[in-house]
Structures are given as structure tokens and as C-alpha cells.
Design a protein around this ligand. Structure first.
Ligand code: MUC
Ligand code: MG
Length: 373
């Protein structure tokens, strides 16, 4: 008798960040997670998560919209379905629900977590097995102040937490951005890889001038310099500069990966489970990038522990992950809703072999931080 899906609950959880996180389009002081609890007929519960950055500032999907899509459209489709056949469940959802990649990712994660718990296997084993048990994780310097960013980076290097740093730029004058980046790169030295994320803020002419200077300052990777749909501009920048150009907002799932590969619109793809629409779609996007010879990077929407660990299990299975990951979301949050927080040490995130995601909710904290209205 297959186990069926009995209930699906989507909770909005507002968690404070450890400091303000300043991006080109918004400054975050908290993160809103959508935590999915999917219960099966045998009593097993699977967890999933989705979030966005600054409400609708980063992309077209908001946490509130994710909850609505799940409550109103996805959960009713899935109740009573076989909980163990994830591909069939997600195909059913795909047929009836257009878009909504974040909600789909959270649901698929919860199904995998439940299946892993039932089979007593870690999530990566269900995806064919991990080729690495820990993942390099960078840190984003985004306090808005160069001096504070340098201090923060030096402390994190000293603590062996991070040795690659991504700088959020694209806000204010490009010349001020470049001076900020050059100051930090100089302070951190040759051994430390510094990358920048422009979050679509520049036009092509600005990007052309600025990237030349960023390259001269020693930046190792430039993420999403121009608006996401301007793939021809991305291609011209990728062809013009030696420093690799990474697509983030320009890629959602495998179809975008294919378009980017065909038009040479980036050297590196930022993979994110929510943008892809789930774990399996992330693997498909990765396969396209890999086949095209593009570098792969394990991206984040600044998820909490549930979403970050789900992504980590996927990234652990990829044959190629040339640019490491940025799965530091749980470390940016002052509080968490899981009992045991993920294991970050020696510059890496270490995966556990516990069943599924290997996480347990902290019911008291969840209840405290859950949005009540
Ligand atoms: C983004 O655009 O890459 C990832 C790290 C970070 O600080 O913000 C995110 C989003
Ligand atoms: Mg980005």
C-alpha cells in the first residue's frame, strides 16, 4: 500500500538578520521563510522551504504568494496522492500550476525529506549519492560600509568560516562601488577570492566601463551586471572580459541554462533550487550547464536551514561545482526554527547522513516567529 499525502501546511516565519544586508535593490533586516510541513498517511512529516529577498524586490515571487499558491492551488491537488512518487506528484502540479517555481521547490523538498525519512536515507542518496560531503561556502559582505566589511571578512577568515567573499554592489555611483571593492580586495590580499554581484543594476555601457576597473582591482567573478533579460548584453560582456561573468537573475531553470549556453551569455551559472522550481529541475539545469562547459555555482535566495540544506544535498551530487556555493543563509539569520543548526566549519558546510534533510523543527521558536495574522 503506498503512503499518501495527508496534509500540507505553509507557514510564514519572520526571522531577524544578524545585521542589515544591503543589496542594489533593497536592504534586508529580516528574512521571511515559508516553511512547508507535509504529512503522510504513515505519520511521517517532510519539511520544505521557500523564500525571496526583500519581498518582491529580487524577483517576481513573494513569500505571501508562495503560501497562497500552496494553500489554494497545490495542496488540494496533492492530498491523497502517492507520497513516494515524487516525479508523478510534481508532474501533476506542473500540469495544473503555471510558474510558481518557489512553491514547487518547497513542496518537492518536503516530499524528498519525507521519502528520505521513510527509507532512512539522506536526501543526497535519493538523488544518486553525494560526490562531496562538504561544500565550500562564501560570505557576502553587504553591511554598506567598507571598513566594517573588511573587519567582518578578517574575523571570518580568522575563524575559518569563509575565505571567499562576495560584495554586493550596484547601489549608488559606480565609481564609489569600484573604490569600495578595490579597498576591500587590497585589504584582504591576493589569496582571497573576491567576487561582486551587481543584481542587474547597470546598463551595458556602465558595466563595460566598470568591469574593466573591477578586473584591474583583482575581482574574480562578476555576477549579473545587467538586467536579466538582456542576454545579448551579457554575451557581449562575457566575450569582452577575461573575468568570468555569472548569470543569476538571468537563469531560472534548465530552459534558461540552454538559452545562455546557446548564446554564450555567461561563463558561470548560479543554480538555485527555488528559481529552478525544485531539486530535480536544478539537476537538469546543472546538466545543461555542464554539457556546455559552463562553470556551476551553488546559489541561494538566503534561505534558512531547511532550504539551504535541501540545496546542499543537490549541490553535493553535482559532478562539477567549479565555483563552490554561497549557502550561508542560516548564518545571516539571528534565529532559526530548527533544533540543530547546520554545521559550518573549516570554510565549508558539512552534510549529515541523517534521514532526509536531517533537520527537526524547534516547535517553540517556530510558534514564536510564525506570522499569526
Ligand atoms: C543574489 O542575488 O545572489 C545571494 C547572496 C546574497 O547575499 O544575496 C543573494 C542573492
Ligand atoms: Mg545574485
Amino acid at each position: 500500500m503506498p503512503q499518501t499525502i495527508q496534509s500540507i501546511e505553509a507557514l510564514l516565519v519572520d526571522l531577524p538578520t544578524i545585521r542589515a544586508h544591503q543589496l542594489a535593490m533593497t536592504t534586508m533586516s529580516h528574512q521571511t521563510l515559508v516553511i512547508v510541513r507535509l504529512r503522510c498517511s504513515d505519520g511521517i512529516e517532510g519539511l520544505g522551504e521557500a523564500c525571496s529577498i526583500g519581498g518582491l524586490a529580487y524577483g517576481e515571487q513573494s513569500p505571501e504568494g508562495v503560501k497562497l499558491a500552496i494553500d489554494r492551488y497545490i495542496a488540494p491537488l496533492l492530498i491523497g496522492q502517492d507520497a513516494g512518487n515524487i516525479n508523478a506528484a510534481m508532474a501533476l502540479v506542473a500540469k495544473q500550476v503555471q510558474g510558481q517555481s518557489y512553491a514547487k521547490s518547497a513542496i518537492e523538498t518536503a516530499l524528498f525529506d519525507a521519502l528520505g525519512r521513510r527509507l532512512k536515507q539522506p536526501l543526497h542518496a535519493l538523488l544518486g549519492g553525494a560526490v562531496r560531503r562538504s561544500l565550500p561556502v562564501l560570505w557576502t559582505l553587504a553591511s554598506g560600509d567598507s571598513g566594517r566589511d573588511i573587519e567582518e571578512a578578517q574575523g571570518l577568515i580568522e575563524a575559518r568560516r569563509h575565505r571567499v567573499f562576495k560584495l554586493k554592489i550596484g547601489r549608488g555611483e559606480p565609481q564609489a562601488n569600484i573604490a569600495h571593492v578595490a579597498r576591500i580586495k587590497k585589504a584582504l590580499g591576493d589569496d582571497i577570492l573576491v567576487t561582486v554581484d551587481v543584481n542587474q543594476a547597470w546598463d551595458e555601457a556602465t558595466a563595460t566601463r566598470a568591469i574593466a576597473q573591477l578586473e584591474a582591482a583583482g575581482v574574480g567573478l562578476v555576477e549579473q551586471p545587467v538586467p536579466r533579460r538582456q542576454k545579448a548584453a551579457m554575451a557581449r560582456l562575457a566575450a569582452r572580459f577575461d573575468v568570468p561573468i555569472m548569470a543569476d537573475e538571468s537563469i531560472d531553470g534548465p530552459e534558461d541554462a540552454l538559452e545562455i549556453a546557446q548564446s554564450a551569455a555567461a561563463d558561470v551559472l548560479a543554480l538555485k533550487i527555488s528559481k529552478s522550481g525544485g531539486l530535480m529541475a536544478t539537476l537538469r539545469a546543472a546538466a545543461v550547464g555542464d554539457a556546455a562547459g559552463l562553470g556551476l555555482y551553488g546559489g541561494t535566495l538566503l534561505e534558512g536551514s531547511v532550504g539551504s540544506i535541501a540545496a546542499a544535498h543537490v549541490f553535493a551530487t553535482l559532478p562539477q561545482l567549479r565555483w563552490g556555493t554561497e549557502l550561508f543563509g542560516p548564518l545571516l539569520l539571528k534565529e532559526d526554527v530548527v533544533l540543530e543548526r547546520p554545521d559550518f566549519r573549516d570554510f565549508e558546510l558539512h552534510l549529515s547522513d541523517k534521514p532526509g534533510l536531517g533537520l527537526q523543527l524547534d516547535e517553540d521558536r517556530l510558534d514564536f516567529y510564525r506570522r499569526k495574522d
